[in-house]
Design a protein around this ligand. Structure first.
Ligand code: G4P
Length: 536
């Protein structure tokens, strides 16, 4: 099959949801319906074992597990679907953002009892900023939940785009009778606890079919009226608008009961886009170009503490990958061998033979590959769009035992490269400064320094609350700015200068005073800064 056909068959997406909305359950059911696993329970069991320990970080130490489950591949109809897990921590972290840069669509799962919850909001913000198409799945209709009209309203308000129901729930909780498939004009009957995977549920054709009223009575009548309302009020589905992130199709179901899961898979195949063009500094790269290119969007270190190895997660952007290929790291011209590249089929880490645009491969290495790196067969390319966010929380870091300063620096360098935290070197102080966008990042880093580098870190309070990368039209101008502000300028992991302030007002003053300096809330990759609407 040609590279073009292979790329056209790929669907690469991430599930975004608030904890407990049903992400794990739905993931498992998607794998089950696609035939990638045969018994329900395996994904769940892993999560259960996660819960079993009180300290999630202990489990995070078993990195093999979280890596294997962070990308799952399945085949459904004639498509290859790559599902990328967004880290499931209670707290938000930068990792999650970056995973979203590697997908072409997102599936938002919401608990019908709770609607769109806080943790989903920031992720949606990223999707919106990137115009990532979003499919919405409203889960847990087998419970007493909120009125569907109310939920649709909320989805529209939060997403800031019209929601187009593809199905409509008939009843809920004990009265849940199924969903009415608006597009196919048929009732899909719910059977509680059914483990139907091989056959589709019973259907009753036609919204006016008396069989519906006979069987479901008032519950159906109410749903019927709502469907009429929705039909009149919602725009019709417009694929272009969906692909541009301006409309979201909505499906209702109950993941735990296997209900509505097949419709999600069908929506992914029928609606979600195949890999599209990706922007590099030099040019736009098309997914069906013959030559391989890819970008590192995640690095996970110390999977095996004995070997200090890391896995670089590469999203393929064009061409065909074949194991053993030698690839060029465009940042420094070095070569990386891919004999040990792994794919993430289902839950197994399999040795990967070939892969195409949209697929994710893992390349084990010892620090050669960094976040944001572009890999090619030789062409000089630098993909853009992998964001580093200006931290909003800061801590100075010292080591309790002065003999271990070097270990601290090594550990922080690794963890910084992995993107677990941002490390800054203030110009006028010897103490390293850690920056994060989520408080949990500090706990993770402290824990990992302790366990993986044998360093007992001491985190010190910091008065900084904001950081902005700074650039100028001329090096002289930048130098002037840096020396005038030496007390609050620091360099990040790739030596890009940032200015640190305690209040937004200070930043305003700086901006007024230094008109020729640009202040950026987002850095995209080594040496280059980019401003977006996010957090600006
Ligand atoms: P998460 O990954 O988003 O955190 O959620 P997860 O799938 O673990 O689901 C959270 C809880 O919601 C689980 O219950 C799960 O069984 C339940 N759940 C998922 N889908 C549905 C659904 O369609 N209907 C109903 N009623 N419940 C659903 P739990 O009690 O936390 O775990 P468990 O004891 O059931 O495993």
């Amino acid at each position: 099959m040609s590279v073009t056909q292979q790329a056209a068959q790929r669907r690469t997406f991430a599930i975004i949801s608030h904890p407990d909305a049903g992400k794990t359950t739905l993931t498992e059911k998607l794998l089950l319906f696609a035939g990638a696993i045969h018994i329900a329970g395996s994904v769940k069991a892993r999560k259960a074992s996660r819960h079993a320990t009180s300290d999630w970080m202990e489990i995070e130490k078993q990195r093999g597990i979280s890596v294997a489950s962070s990308v799952m591949q399945m085949e459904y109809r004639d498509c290859v679907i790559n599902l990328l897990d967004t880290p499931g921590h209670q707290d938000f972290s930068e990792d999650t953002y970056r995973v979203l840069t590697a997908v072409d669509a997102a599936l938002m799962v919401i608990d019908a009892g709770n609607g769109v919850e806080a943790q989903t909001l920031r992720l949606l913000e990223v999707c919106r900023a990137r115009n990532t198409p979003i499919i919405t799945f409203v889960n847990k209709m087998d419970r007493e939940v909120r009125e569907p009209l109310d939920l649709i309203d909320e989805i529209e308000r939060v997403l800031g785009m019209p929601a187009v129901p593809f199905t409509w729930p008939v009843g809920m909780g004990k009265q849940f009778a199924g969903v009415f498939d608006i597009r196919h004009d048929c009732m899909r009957v719910f059977e509680p606890g059914s483990d139907r995977v091989s056959e589709p549920p019973e259907t009753i054709q036609g919204i006016d079919n008396p069989a519906n009223m006979q069987r479901f009575g008032d519950t159906f009548e109410q749903a019927h009226q709502e469907v009429e309302l929705v039909r009149a009020a919602s725009p019709s589905f417009d694929r272009e608008a969906f692909l541009a992130g301006r409309q979201t199709p909505v499906l209702f179901g109950s993941a735990i009961n296997n209900f509505g899961v097949r419709e999600v898979l069908d929506a992914l195949v029928d609606l979600a886009p195949s890999p599209g063009p990706r922007k590099a500094l030099q040019r736009t790269v098309l997914p069906d170009e013959a030559k391989f290119s890819g970008v590192v969007f995640k690095v996970q270190a110390n999977m095996d503490p004995a070997h200090r190895d890391r896995i670089a997660f590469v999203r393929i952007c064009s061409g065909r990958f074949e194991r053993g290929m030698r690839l060029k790291i465009c940042r420094n011209g070095k070569e990386v061998r891919t004999n040990n590249a792994v794919s993430f089929l289902s839950q197994r880490r399999d040795l990967m033979e070939e892969a195409y645009s949209g697929d994710i491969i893992g390349i084990p290495n010892h620090g050669l590959l960094q976040l944001g790196d572009t890999l090619t067969e030789g062409e000089n390319l630098q993909f853009t769009g992998l964001p580093f966010f200006a931290p909003e929380m800061f801590h100075g870091v010292e080591v309790a035992d002065p003999m271990r300063v070097k270990h601290l620096r090594t550990g922080l360098m690794h963890l910084g490269e992995e993107g677990a935290i941002q490390v800054f070197r203030p110009q006028t102080s010897g103490m390293l400064l850690l920056g994060a966008v989520g408080a949990l990042q500090f706990d993770v880093v402290a824990h990992r320094l302790r366990h993986e580098y044998g360093v007992e870190p001491r985190l010190m309070p910091s008065s900084y609350r904001m950081a902005r990368w700074v650039t100028a039209e001329s090096p002289e101008e930048l130098k002037r700015f840096m020396s005038a502000n030496a007390h609050r300028v620091a360099l990040d992991a790739v030596d890009a200068p940032v200015v640190l302030v305690g209040h937004a007002a200070e930043l305003t003053v700086l901006k007024e005073r230094w008109e020729k300096i640009s202040f950026h809330a987002l850095r995209e990759h080594a040496g280059l800064v980019f401003q977006s609407g996010l957090h600006s």
